[in-house]
Write a protein that binds this ligand. Structure first.
Ligand code: CA
Length: 420
């Protein structure tokens, strides 16, 4: 697909993340006013909340953009999503007759503060990266063999919605209980192994009914859009707590998402066929046209005081083994009700070579092989003041579809009795 030209000139720049082909949804405020729904176009934000308030834009019977989240639009369903996208194209396409009345609703992104684009109903984290699963097996158990269930089940666990934050939010190093392998007793204090996980987040737009399974075709229709997702992880806390019930505190102190929700419609041209599977999936998980999205992903690290960020990993969303629709199907198949605003983390995305590993645990191979940054500093895990940034875009013919940076800094741990 080619660039669709807009009368917003910055949207036609081949380097912009927000051409007319994208039209991602976010929540913004200017000069401390109330956060409201907006759509990114070039280096501007279209204030669709104000357009709805004046009657220029309307989807559904009641206002849905007068709230600081996109959940009410999600609940209208796929037909309304398509209708809104078409209306936005009509307003912003080159030669649009309404340009005169729409131009006043454009606000420079440089002036805006971005907020959480959705109310996260619940957060589930999956484990869909095969290379990541093999690497973690090799590092933690001495064997890259996949768990017996891995090729059959999209493995996941129920995480915390309360600690999902928007890009730009700094996070304190978590306190927790850890035990060094040679220590007789566990100890309490700041995690020494804070890490990132490079993931994509899928946002459920329409829900399912308690007790009712869904098909992969239904699941695909239910997905509203995607964000970049950094599932911050405390490896030492995780390593002590996770057996036998899985991740808990090591995964509950922060999950960052990019500020713009890129719709499934905007990513549709970048769907690529899934590679052949080792073993066939059970029928309930099979898709008619199995595929993933071709989205280039990178991780940058910038220590406090460093002049610039170093790229520490580059990979692609198409390295996953299960699609978001397959994960959603598996999630709901037991009768678990899914709701608008549910966030599904893909699982850490790693490619086959070291330059493509999506966590420091893998990049430093469990801390044994520290990486060297452009400024000469070395890192096994994240140090206080380090800024970690995820970036991602799909490359079209003369345009790209991006998500905006997903960034955050790790700040020193907070003091509390029991750790001084
Ligand atoms: Ca994760």
């Amino acid at each position: 697909m080619k660039l669709m030209r807009s009368w917003v000139e910055s949207a036609n720049d081949p380097e912009t993340q927000f051409p007319l082909n994208n039209l991602p949804y976010g929540v913004f405020s200017v000069d401390g006013d109330d956060p409201r729904c907006g759509v990114a176009i070039g280096d501007m934000i279209l204030d669709v909340a104000a357009m709805e308030a004046t009657g220029l834009l309307r989807i559904g019977d009641d206002p849905v953009l007068d709230v600081p989240f996109w959940n009410e639009v999600m609940e209208l369903g796929p037909q309304a999503w398509a209708q809104l996208r078409l209306m936005l194209f009509g307003f912003l396409v080159e030669g649009a007759e309404t340009k005169g009345s729409v131009a006043q609703y454009l606000i420079p992104q440089a002036r805006a503060r971005l907020h959480m684009p959705l109310l996260v109903a619940e957060y589930t984290d999956f484990y869909a990266g095969m290379q990541h699963a093999k690497n973690m097996g090799a590092i933690l158990r001495g064997s890259p063999d996949l768990p017996a269930n891995w090729l059959h089940i999209p493995i996941g666990y129920n995480g915390r919605a309360s600690s999902v934050v928007v890009s730009g939010t700094d996070i304190h190093r978590p306190l927790g209980q850890t035990k060094a392998p040679d220590a007789a007793m566990p100890s309490f204090g700041p995690s020494k192994r804070v890490d990132i996980e490079l993931e994509m987040g899928a946002i459920v737009g329409t829900g399912s009914t308690l007790g009712q399974p869904i098909t992969t075709a239904e699941a695909a229709e239910m997905i509203f859009g995607y964000v970049l997702l950094n599932d911050w992880s405390a490896r030492d806390i995780q390593g002590w707590e996770y057996q036998p019930l899985g991740p808990f505190q090591g995964k509950a102190f922060g999950t960052s998402i990019s500020p713009w929700i890129v719709t499934a419609a905007a990513l549709a041209p970048f769907r690529c066929p899934a590679p052949a599977r080792e073993v066939p999936l059970l029928p309930y998980l099979q898709e008619k046209e199995p595929g993933f999205y071709n989205v280039t992903l990178e991780v940058l690290m910038q220590p406090a005081g460093a002049a610039q960020a170093s790229t520490i990993a580059r990979t692609n969303y198409n390295r996953v083994y299960y699609s978001a629709a397959q994960q959603l199907t598996h999630h709901a198949v037991c009768g678990c009700e899914m709701n608008a605003g549910d966030l599904l983390g893909s699982g850490t995305i790693s490619g086959p070579t070291k330059a493509e590993f999506g966590s420091l645990m893998e990049l430093s191979w469990g801390g044994k092989e520290p990486i060297t940054l452009d400024g000469g500093e070395t890192r096994s895990f994240i140090e206080d003041g380090d800024r970690l940034t995820l970036r991602g875009h799909a490359q079209g013919d003369g345009y790209r579809v991006g998500f905006g940076d997903c960034t955050g800094r790790i700040l020193p741990a907070l003091k509390m009795p029991g750790w001084e």
